[in-house]
Design a protein around this ligand. Structure first.
Ligand code: C2E
Ligand code: MG
Ligand code: MG
Ligand code: MG
Length: 288
């Protein structure tokens, strides 16, 4: 990019870090117009009940289809949207669209929505959810809100109050990516979670890593004792599923059952289950 400015310009001598800063600034500028330009789409990934052998719900995962950058994954833009405050309006768009989509599902599965820290602190979160529930008529018990443990570190009293309020409205709360942030057992005691999602890093080599097995077992038992259910994230292989099934984990999520699909694929793809799994997996993962 520096080259394009021509020889002898100051930009030519800037270190690569500033180049990356410029790219970030450009990405952020493009992100600002992306909502008006309708460049976001929602994908949905099944939450699968191992014992019942059926899909109970879908997690909403946002993608940015940029005319300039191509498909941008949330890992690349959520933190940018968080830093610039854009996440609040993007988050509202996601909530409205995910709930509207879920309200149209005849099977009435649950819909999980990821919340970012800034959204949790926004006074607009509750009115946005209330309005979406009201206009669609969806049963709020079908809505699961996913938060991460890092969100609870600061301002935790306010956050507890917020979580209680969301639960009083009839929604469920899940603790996402468990074990990867600043985990504290105290959070499990003081927050009203319905579900703990064990991060995929513990599930990756579950068949032969005894340390991961010990952690997954412990989290599962702890969650059970506290009246919470457990989901294992990132299940890609049948052998992982079999290990988890044998241990009594009830729910899984991962490419084994399905990669995240768009709304059209979702309606064409039902039912999502382990017997039909091959159809919904990325091509490079079929046959594993
Ligand atoms: P997450 O909430 O933990 O979502 C799970 C991520 O793991 C998704 O990545 C999903 O595509 C991926 N995944 C699912 N199954 C497998 C598998 O079997 N193997 C592997 N390797 N990966 C799997 P994605 O869609 O790129 O999203 C990444 C993160 O971005 C999410 O992690 C979440 O923290 C955030 N995110 C996504 N959508 C939203 C959103 O609408 N709002 C907010 N605030 N954050 C979002
Ligand atoms: Mg999540
Ligand atoms: Mg997760
Ligand atoms: Mg994650």
């Amino acid at each position: 990019a520096a080259k394009a400015l021509g020889r002898g310009t100051f930009a030519e001598f800037e270190p690569w870090l500033e180049e990356r800063d410029r790219e970030r600034a450009q990405l952020e500028a493009d992100l600002k117009t992306a909502i008006q330009n309708d460049e976001f789409t929602l994908h949905y990934q099944p939450l699968y009940d191992i014992a019942q052998r059926r899909t109970l719900g879908f997690e909403t995962l946002v993608r940015w289809q940029s005319p300039i950058w191509g498909v941008v994954m949330p890992g690349e833009f959520i933190s940018l949207a968080e830093d610039s405050g854009l996440i609040v309006s993007l988050g509202e768009w996601i909530i409205r669209n995910a709930i509207e989509e879920a309200a149209s599902w005849e099977e009435k599965e649950t819909v999980a929505i990821n919340l970012s820290p800034l959204q949790m602190r926004s006074p607009r979160l509750i009115p946005t959810l209330a309005e979406a529930i009201c206009t669609t008529g969806i049963d709020p018990a079908r809505i699961e809100l996913e938060i991460t443990e890092n969100m609870l570190m600061h301002d935790s009293e306010r956050n507890v109050a917020m979580l209680h309020e969301l639960r009083d409205m009839g929604m469920r709360i899940s603790l996402d990516d468990f074990g990867t942030g600043y985990s504290s057992l105290n959070y499990l005691r003081s927050f009203p979670f319905d579900k703990i999602k064990i991060d995929k890093c513990f599930v990756e080599d579950i068949e032969d890593r005894e340390d991961c097995q010990a952690i997954v077992r412990a989290v599962m038992h702890l969650a059970g004792a506290l009246g919470m259910s457990t989901v294992a994230e990132g299940v890609e292989r049948k052998s992982q599923l079999e290990w988890l099934r044998a241990e009594g984990i009830t729910q899984i999520q991962g490419y084994l059952i399905s990669y995240p699909v768009n709304a059209e694929e979702l309606s064409d793809g039902r039912p999502f289950n382990e017997d039909r799994a091959q159809w919904f997996r990325p091509p490079e993962m079929r046959g594993k």
